[in-house]
Design a protein around this ligand. Structure first.
Ligand SMILES: N[C@@H](CCC(=O)N[C@@H](CS)C(=O)NCC(=O)O)C(=O)O
Length: 208
């Protein structure tokens, strides 16, 4: 690769998180440019006018969907064999990115005082969480060993959990809780959650 790829990122965004997780796991070095969603740099919008993070600029082009960034990184190098996942893993990720994420957004940003909205979204999201809990019975990861599916989905489960931590912790999904805690307590997670000041035009980002 002729130049260091550039990753436009926002620390708290679950999509950017999963991109950073896969990049770290691959060992590929990128230049990380932290942004503020309310003040997106012109250089990022030039690369990807749709204005969402993450955006990866490589010598060969722009990758601006987080799942594609994950796959790009693992295609360079996959020392932990995250790509060794049954085909069903792709459907599971699609379910998390689709119906579950939609429920998560309604749960997190529900219109206050509109009766039932929050509870409906909560139980809609919980349907996938119970399924994950069953898959995790007797094993640490969704498909036995850690794979793309775990790392693509966990940042969103973390966000769901943090929306109402008391409620989440009171549910009887022990396997799910173990999986989530294992992730949030891991060095791998800490390694992608460093805090950086927003990138300023003209400066180099952080070598990540
Ligand atoms: N499908 C995109 C979604 C990315 C996305 O929606 N990111 C959010 C932040 S978590 C964003 O950049 N939103 C634009 C904004 O808030 O202005 C992906 O997977 O990369």
């Amino acid at each position: 690769m002729p130049q260091t790829p550039i990753l436009w990122s926002f620390r708290r965004c679950p999509y950017a998180m999963r991109a950073r997780l896969a990049i770290k796991a691959s060992g590929v070095r990128v230049e990380l440019r932290e942004i503020l969603l309310r003040d997106k740099p012109a250089a990022m919008l030039e690369a990807s006018p749709k204005g969402t993070v993450p955006v990866l600029e490589t010598g060969a082009g722009v990758v601006d969907e987080s799942f594609d960034v994950m796959r790009w990184a693992l295609a360079q190098s996959d020392p932990q064999n995250w790509l060794e996942m049954p085909a069903a893993g792709f459907d599971l990720i699609a379910e998390a990115d689709g119906p579950f994420k939609s429920a998560l957004d309604r749960y997190k940003y529900h219109v206050r005082h509109v009766d039932g909205t929050r509870e409906a979204a909560q139980s809609e999201g919980a349907a996938l969480l119970w399924k994950l809990d069953r898959m995790l019975a007797g094993q640490d990861w969704l498909y036995g060993t850690q794979s793309l599916a775990d790392m693509a989905i966990l940042p969103f489960v973390r966000q769901f959990a943090n929306t109402d931590r008391t409620w989440f912790d009171a549910q009887n999904w022990e396997n799910l809780l173990r999986w989530l805690t294992g992730f949030t307590d891991s060095d791998a997670f800490a390694a992608v959650m460093g805090k950086y000041p927003p990138w300023q035009a003209g400066e180099d980002g952080v070598l990540f």
